[in-house]
Design a protein around this ligand. Structure first.
Ligand code: FES
Length: 308
């Protein structure tokens, strides 16, 4: 019978999930450059909308799984003379569904190829960087107020001299809050990693030997790098040459009246001096890497490297 009103079933309208998926991927890639929080949000959006999209596309396939009847054959003897055997048509899926599913698979594979290596570089350093072990630099009396002391120590005594590191330690007296204040600079140049030297005479006669460290007072108000002429002031700020940030610093703690070196951190710049210094502090990074300003955007991924 003909249908005068031409009523035909409507197929569902175009899905909006792909747009959400694309926004999620865009946030993820943007987050890799700007902030890990945006990256996580993007990943969550991409996964959520991707799943919804995949569910949409495969609805027909999942909806009515045809029951497969056991194969039967019409035995020739059972057919009436001259009758043609009848075959049930097999269920068919539209080509558009196949193409859509293929597109999703392909997009997912391409996304994985692009993002997994980047994610790997971001996450792996957390597992491969070795934490700085605490180093005991002895009683606070070893550090006269306002004077730099060169502290060389064994980062890993079991490995011997090859692990010897150098820090420049200055006792700043007390902070406004009444806490002991120390400036502790790491000697590694933040241009390419050469050993920075204090610009001033060393007082060998006041040398102090500790179990795994040695302390040498020095009259220095600046530091220089012999490799490419990098210069730093007494706070570790770059004043000349190619270094890209201020000298790295150590955290510290005081235990039973002794100075304990903590972990390294990177410094963008320092304003003020001594106990009143305001330090732009960042997670430790390799030499040559900007940690603040526009240039830091160009270095979103820091290669894994053992500190020191
Ligand atoms: S490594 Fe220090 S200035 Fe180049």
């Amino acid at each position: 019978m003909s249908n005068p009103r031409h009523d035909t079933p409507h197929s569902s309208g175009p899905s909006l999930w792909p747009i959400g998926f694309a926004i999620g991927v865009a946030c993820l890639l943007l987050g890799l450059v700007l902030s890990w929080m945006i990256a996580v949000l993007g990943a969550v959006l991409a996964i959520a909308f991707g799943l919804l999209w995949a569910r949409d596309v495969t609805r027909d396939v999942r909806g009515d799984v045809p029951e497969i009847a056991p194969e039967t054959r019409v035995v020739a003897d059972e057919l009436a003379p001259g009758a043609v055997p009848q075959h049930k048509p097999l269920p068919a899926y539209p080509r558009s569904k196949f193409l859509e599913a293929s597109l999703i698979g392909l997009t997912g594979a391409m996304g994985a190829v692009l993002t997994l290596p980047v994610l790997g570089f971001m996450v792996l350093p957390s597992f491969t960087n070795i934490d700085e072990d605490e180093v005991d630099l002895g009683p606070l009396d070893n550090f006269p107020e306002g004077e730099y002391v060169i502290a060389t120590y064994l980062k890993d005594p079991a490995q011997g001299e090859v692990t010897r590191r150098t820090a420049f330690v200055r006792n700043n007296g007390q902070s406004e809050a009444g806490d002991p204040s120390f400036t502790i600079l790491y000697s590694r140049c933040v241009h390419l990693g050469c050993p920075v030297q204090p610009n001033g005479p060393i007082d060998e006669e006041r040398r102090i030997e500790l179990k795994n460290a040695a302390l040498l007072p020095v009259l220095a108000q600046s530091f220089g790098c012999p490799c490419h002429g990098g210069l730093y002031d007494a706070e570790g700020n770059r004043t000349a040459g190619p270094p890209v940030r201020s000298l790295d610093r150590y955290t510290f703690s005081i235990r039973n009246g002794r100075l304990i070196l903590g972990e390294l951190f990177a410094v963008g710049s320092v304003s003020g001096t001594g106990a009143n210094a305001r330090i732009s502090r960042y997670p430790w990074s390799t030499p040559g890497v900007h940690v603040d300003g526009v240039e830091a955007w160009l270095y979103p991924i820091v290669p894994s490297q053992v500190t020191g």
